[in-house]
Design a protein around this ligand. Structure first.
Ligand code: AMP
Length: 392
């Protein structure tokens, strides 16, 4: 059974083709610069990388190019049996993955209020794929869904209660599919039931969030109403005193649009370091640039504080899991965080194992460590494909 997963952005379309019999990815890639000049599609198909320079007027054309390539290679004589869509915001109502009916699609579009950059693009990807694959189930998997289990005191902001109610202002959290996946893999790695474990999962990539997973349920997470809250990220600011925002608006004469752009696109690793939004470039400059050092430590310290806070929130800590681009590939950050958790939590990592670059699920803590520390490559696409397969 072949499942296609799609993640549509405003000018991009990521895809993955998964054979559910083996759960192997047969192909993955992305169409970029859709609707713009100098568009291209790049892919990895059965280990072989390829690229097609092609301008695409819309997502439909992008998906046509992708499918053409797939039918020439991995899908010879095979049909896509279901399509799983990553949807950023499920709002207060969508918890579980859903088959996308016209009503569900309408609601996803209405949720653009919460995720203006993501939900309209997700909806466009869904419409396109539904036209191209009319006879198969299309399933929406929401990034916010895993965090539906948070208690009210963890998701409530200290704003006027009526305003919270009126506008739906609360913490929703994101990266839920990833946090759930790596928590499950951590339990499997430890050989213990997930329902018995208190895990802090650290998804550190271009966007970053930390989640407290208590007995398999998210009980708190660092992102909020939008993916701006929490850690500093590639270009997003993370936690800032709201008073600072008022100051910027007043002193810099900035309107809502300008401020949104500043907080989403010009802050975080890029804005602080002045070097790049890419953590690798910051790591490379650690010895030569004090701003690079500061940026790296602001991020690492943020992770450290969330681990401490969430251990308190769960009244215990069995494991810390690192995932996504920086979490999987950043031994310096992992070491920075873990070396500061020795006295209170008895965390001890094996630096040699920490520094070895590997692609598999692994423990980097020593057997004596009171808290296990794991590195788990995330696989949101596989989770989305699994949910989709349930509806086929
Ligand atoms: P993601 O959003 O999960 O793709 O992660 C992107 C982030 O991971 C970027 O900041 C990259 O610099 C970082 N990253 C990816 N590979 C590495 C690596 N080998 N070492 C350090 N950071 C990395």
């Amino acid at each position: 059974m072949i499942v296609l997963t799609l993640n549509a952005g405003s000018s991009s379309l990521k895809f993955n083709v998964i054979n559910m019999a083996t759960e192997d990815s047969l192909a993955d890639g992305i169409a970029e610069r859709i609707g713009l000049k100098e568009g291209f599609v790049r892919w990895t198909i059965q280990g072989e990388k390829g690229r097609l320079e092609v301008d695409m007027k819309d997502h439909r054309q992008a998906l046509s190019h992708i499918m053409e390539k797939l039918h020439e290679t991995v899908l010879v004589g095979e049909d896509v049996m279901g399509v799983g869509h990553r949807v950023a915001h499920g709002g207060p109502n969508f918890g579980d993955p859903m088959v996308i009916t016209p009503d569900v699609l309408r609601e996803i579009e209405e949720l653009a209020f919460y995720a203006p950059l993501h939900n309209p693009a997700n909806a466009m990807g869904i419409r396109t794929a539904q036209e191209m694959f009319p006879g198969v189930p299309h399933v929406a998997v929401f990034d916010t869904a895993f965090h539906h289990s948070m208690p009210d005191y963890a998701y409530t902001y200290g704003l006027p209660y009526e305003l919270n109610q009126k506008l739906g202002l609360r913490r929703y959290g994101f990266h839920g599919t990833s946090h759930r996946y790596v928590a499950e893999r951590t339990a499997a790695l430890l050989g213990k039931p997930l329902e018995t474990l208190k895990i802090v999962t650290c998804h550190l990539g271009n966007g970053s969030s930390v989640t407290a997973v208590d007995c398999g349920k998210s009980v708190d997470t660092s992102m909020g109403l939008t993916p701006l809250e929490g850690l500093i990220m590639g270009t997003r600011c993370g936690n800032v005193d709201p008073g600072a925002l008022l100051t910027i608006m007043e002193k810099e004469n900035m309107d809502v649009k300008g401020l949104g752009n500043l907080l989403n696109k010009q802050s975080g690793l890029l804005g602080l370091s002045g070097i790049s939004s890419d953590c690798r470039e910051i790591e490379d400059a650690l010895d030569s640039s004090d701003r690079a050092r500061l940026t790296y430590e602001v991020l690492s310290y943020g992770v450290l504080k969330y681990v401490g806070a969430y251990a308190a929130a769960m009244n215990g800590l069995d494991a810390i899991t690192f995932t996504a681009g920086i979490g999987e590939n950043g031994p310096v950050l992992r070491s920075w965080v873990c070396s500061r958790l020795t006295n209170l939590f008895g965390v001890v990592i094996d630096e040699k194992v920490n520094n070895t670059r590997r692609k598999d699920n692994r423990l980097i803590s020593t057997p004596e460590s009171r808290v296990a520390v794991a590195v788990i490559p995330t696989n949101e696409e596989l989770m989305i494909a699994r949910y989709t397969a349930k509806f086929i």
